[in-house]
Design a protein around this ligand. Structure first.
Ligand SMILES: C[S@@+](CC[C@H](N)C(=O)[O-])C[C@H]1O[C@@H](n2cnc3c(N)ncnc32)[C@H](O)[C@@H]1O
Length: 374
């Protein structure tokens, strides 16, 4: 299992409250921080996560992700030929280069982290300095010399909305995209399904296996292990297989990136209901959430979809798991329903929070409040 964590966010002191009470080196109390400077500090910590090679290696090595972008861009060749493109969060510059290869006349590769320097090197190595202009800084403040015909961006975090980078894309859309311009990708959808997590079952069952190996019965730790692994409020990022899925997946939200008002929706919370029935009997451990994004079809009939479903080839996004406090036994056709709200955490708006309301069979309705694991 890879220990690499894409987009691990630093807390940035967001939890400390309005005043920073720590003493500075000279023994004086540090000055209170304004909300604006706290946001700036937190954003900087966020961008810093992208200044190292590891995260870019993980993203570019994810063939499902990078090939989907390459194909999604290539399919839109006719719309990009001779046109201008803004790449929001260009990273090492790969998507900007795909756009240039697809015939874009000029690509503005905007990148807020120090990795922009490597993007510039890559652009130079590929002889594309005339076409691809790397612009350092947050897209919210960078000045472009013109409006653009298209925006490309890989903004999706764990559970789609961790990192809250979509707001930056929407900001760029409002400020720099020509009326009716192209968005790559153009939409995102969120799915949920109840799960019986075989890996978790294995980890709990491990404690009953110890006796066979060492002659010490440790099976009494099974319920302790279950509590430790499930009875917390973190969103766990873990890859599942289709076999872990207990019922037909339900789409609970669709975000059309061109939709007016989407930014306010993200702040208030993306919300959706679901209802499904269990395929068979199994211990239900919780729910898995995943997403897909869709690129406009271009000339092709079928739009290109980048899916992070457990039924499709694995991506570095894996799935976002929401564990119940303890397993619930379900039988075939048990009715499972609920509502999911995804919103920014109050302490750090880049950290994903999920409010889950659910009902399993005849049990009373329950709620659980989650935040993305550290
Ligand atoms: C998921 S990475 C994608 C990198 C690259 N486009 C790729 O596909 O390999 C997102 C990048 O966006 C940058 N980023 C995030 N928010 C930004 C903003 N508001 N302005 C500019 N860059 C931003 C991050 O520093 C990071 O390098």
């Amino acid at each position: 299992m890879s220990l690499l964590k894409k987009r691990k966010l630093e807390s940035g002191g967001g939890e400390r409250g309005v005043t920073n009470e720590e003493e500075d080196g000279g023994g004086r109390k540090a000055a209170p921080q304004s909300p604006g400077s706290r946001k700036q500090e937190r954003d900087q910590l966020y961008y810093d996560c992208y200044s190292d090679v590891t995260v870019h290696e993980e993203m570019i090595a994810d063939r499902v992700r990078t090939d989907a972008y390459r194909l999604g861009i290539q399919r839109n060749c006719p719309a990009l030929r001779g046109k201008t493109v803004l790449d929001v969060g260009a990273g090492t510059g790969i998507l900007s280069i795909f756009c240039a290869q697809a015939g874009a006349r000029r690509v503005y590769a905007v990148e807020a982290s120090a990795i922009w320097q490597q993007a510039r090197e890559v652009v130079r190595l590929n002889g594309l300095e005339d076409q691809v202009h790397v612009l350092p800084g947050p897209v919210e403040t960078v000045e472009l010399p013109e409006q653009v015909d298209a925006i490309v961006s890989e903004w999706m975090g764990y559970g789609l909305l961790h990192e809250s980078m979509l707001s930056s894309v929407l900001h760029a859309r409002a400020k720099w995209l020509k009326e009716g311009g192209l968005l790559l990708p153009a939409s995102a959808e969120l799915f949920v399904a109840p799960i019986s997590d075989q890996m978790l079952e294995w980890r709990v069952g491990f404690w009953s296996q110890v006796k066979q190996q060492y002659g010490v019965d440790m099976s009494c730790l099974e319920s302790f292990a279950t509590r430790c692994l499930m009875s917390h409020s973190e969103i766990v990022v873990q890859g599942l297989s289709g076999e872990d899925v207990l019922a037909r997946p339900q789409r609970f939200a669709r975000l059309d990136l061109a939709r007016p008002g989407l930014e306010q929706e993200l702040e208030a919370g993306v919300r959706g209901r679901f209802r499904c029935s269990s395929f068979g009997s199994a211990p239900m451990h919780g729910f898995a959430v995943w997403f897909q994004v869709t690129f406009p079809g271009g000339d092709s009939e079928k739009p290109l979809v980048l899916s992070t479903s457990p039924f499709h080839p694995a991506t570095h996004w894996k799935q976002a798991l929401l564990y119940l406090n303890e397993p619930v036994q379900v039988e075939q056709d048990t009715d499972i329903s609920g509502e999911i709200t995804m919103l920014p955490s109050q302490d750090n708006p880049r950290r994903l929070r999920v409010l889950l309301r659910y009902k399993v069979g005849d049990q009373e309705e329950k709620t659980k409040d989650f935040a993305m694991e550290d």
